[in-house]
Write a protein that binds this ligand. Structure first.
Ligand code: PMV
Length: 314
C-alpha cells in the first residue's frame, strides 16, 4: 500500500462574518501561502485499526485509540471511515503539519479536517468527492465552533473565492481583477465559539437591532460581490470600513483590532476590517500592491505579531 498526502490552504473571510451565521451571505477566499499537509503511510507492524498520529502544531503524538471520540482528529477519521463504510483502517501513520496559525480566523481547524479527509480516503482507495469532503469537515467544525455557518469548510474544500449563504448551493466568484490584502495577526487567540456564543446572547436580547445589523452586512456583501465581478476593486476598501463598523456594533471587535484597522487606513490602505470571529485573531487591509510592504511594516510596528500579504487572483 503506497503513502498518500493531501494539502489544504488557509482562508480569510473578506466580508460577512457573524452575519453569515444568521443567513446572510459572506465572501471568503483561500490563502495559499499557509497550508496544512497530511501524509498517511502504511504501518506493516501495527495492529488493524491503529493509526499513529503526529501533529506537532498541537503537540499531539498518540494512537487513535488514545484520543477521546470528540477530539477533532478522531472525529474526522471516524467521519471518513463511516462515509466509506470501512469499520477500521489498515494500520498506518498519519502525520499532520501546518503553517496556519491556530485559533486566528485563518481556518486551521477546517484545513486539518480537509487535508486528513482527502489523504485518508485516497489511502483507503476511495477518494471522496469535494461535496462529501466538505460535509464531513462541517460535522467536525461543530466541535470547534458550536454553530458554524459552514463557510470555512466550503472555501477550503473548493480552494476558490466563494460567495456563501447557509443552505444554498456553493457559488464561486469570478474575479475580473486581482487585489492584494495584508493580513495582520493581533497575536491574541480567540476561540470562535466564544464570540459566536456572546453574539447569540446579544441577538436573543435584542433581535430587531441585531437583525438590522446583519441585513446591513448582507447588503455590503452583495455590493462587494458586484465590485469583485466587475473588477472595481477600489470599491472594496470603503465596503470593508463599513463592514468593520458594523462588527464593532456587534461587539465582536477589540481595542487591538480597532487600533490595527486605524493604523492600516492611516498608512494608505484602501480599507480595513477584522476578519473571522474577532475579539483577537486577524484583521485584513486592502492595499495597492505598491503599498503592501509599508502597510505591513506599519502594522508590525503597531503591535501585530505577524503579517501575510496575499494577492487574490483571477
Ligand atoms: O473561523 P473564523 O474565526 O474565521 O470565524 C468564522 C466566522 C464566523 O462567521 C464568526 C462563524 C461562522 O461559523 O461562520
Amino acid at each position: 500500500m503506497p503513502s498518500f498526502s493531501a494539502s489544504a490552504p488557509g482562508k480569510i473571510i473578506l466580508f460577512g462574518e457573524h452575519a453569515v451565521v444568521y443567513g446572510q451571505p459572506a465572501i471568503a477566499v483561500p490563502v495559499h501561502q499557509i497550508q496544512v499537509k497530511a501524509i498517511i503511510t502504511p504501518n506493516p507492524r501495527g495492529l488493524p485499526g491503529s493509526i499513529q498520529i503526529t501533529a506537532p502544531m498541537i503537540n499531539l503524538e498518540a494512537d487513535l485509540s488514545e484520543l477521546p471520540a470528540e477530539h477533532p482528529i478522531a472525529a474526522i477519521i471516524d467521519g471518513v471511515l463511516k462515509a466509506l463504510k470501512i469499520p477500521r483502517a489498515p494500520a498506518c501513520k498519519l502525520r499532520i503539519t501546518s503553517t496556519i496559525p491556530v485559533a486566528a480566523g485563518l481556518g486551521s481547524g477546517a484545513a486539518v479536517s480537509i487535508a486528513v479527509t482527502r489523504a485518508l480516503s485516497a489511502f483507503l482507495g476511495q477518494p471522496l468527492p469535494l461535496e462529501k469532503v466538505s460535509s464531513i469537515a462541517f460535522e467536525v467544525e461543530k466541535i470547534h465552533h458550536g454553530t458554524p455557518s459552514g463557510i470555512d469548510n466550503t472555501v477550503i474544500t473548493y480552494s476558490m473565492p466563494i460567495y456563501f449563504k447557509r443552505g444554498k448551493p456553493i457559488e464561486t466568484i469570478k474575479l475580473k481583477a486581482p487585489f492584494t490584502l495584508v493580513i495582520a495577526d493581533t497575536g491574541i487567540s480567540s476561540p470562535t465559539a466564544v464570540a459566536v456564543g456572546d453574539l447569540h446572547q446579544a441577538w436573543q436580547a435584542k433581535p430587531n437591532l441585531y437583525d438590522l445589523l446583519f441585513e446591513s452586512v448582507g447588503d455590503i456583501v452583495d455590493s462587494a460581490k458586484q465590485a469583485i465581478e466587475n473588477g472595481h476593486v477600489e470599491e472594496l476598501g470603503p465596503l470593508m470600513d463599513l463592514n468593520h463598523e458594523l462588527l464593532v456594533k456587534m461587539k465582536v471587535s477589540s481595542p487591538q483590532l480597532d487600533h490595527l484597522v486605524r493604523i492600516a487606513v492611516a498608512c494608505g490602505a484602501l480599507g480595513a476590517k477584522l476578519s473571522g470571529a474577532g475579539r483577537g485573531g486577524n484583521m485584513i487591509a486592502l492595499v495597492k500592491e505598491s503599498k503592501a510592504n509599508s502597510v505591513a511594516q506599519a502594522l508590525l510596528n503597531a503591535g501585530a505579531t505577524r503579517t501575510i500579504t496575499t494577492t487574490v487572483r483571477i
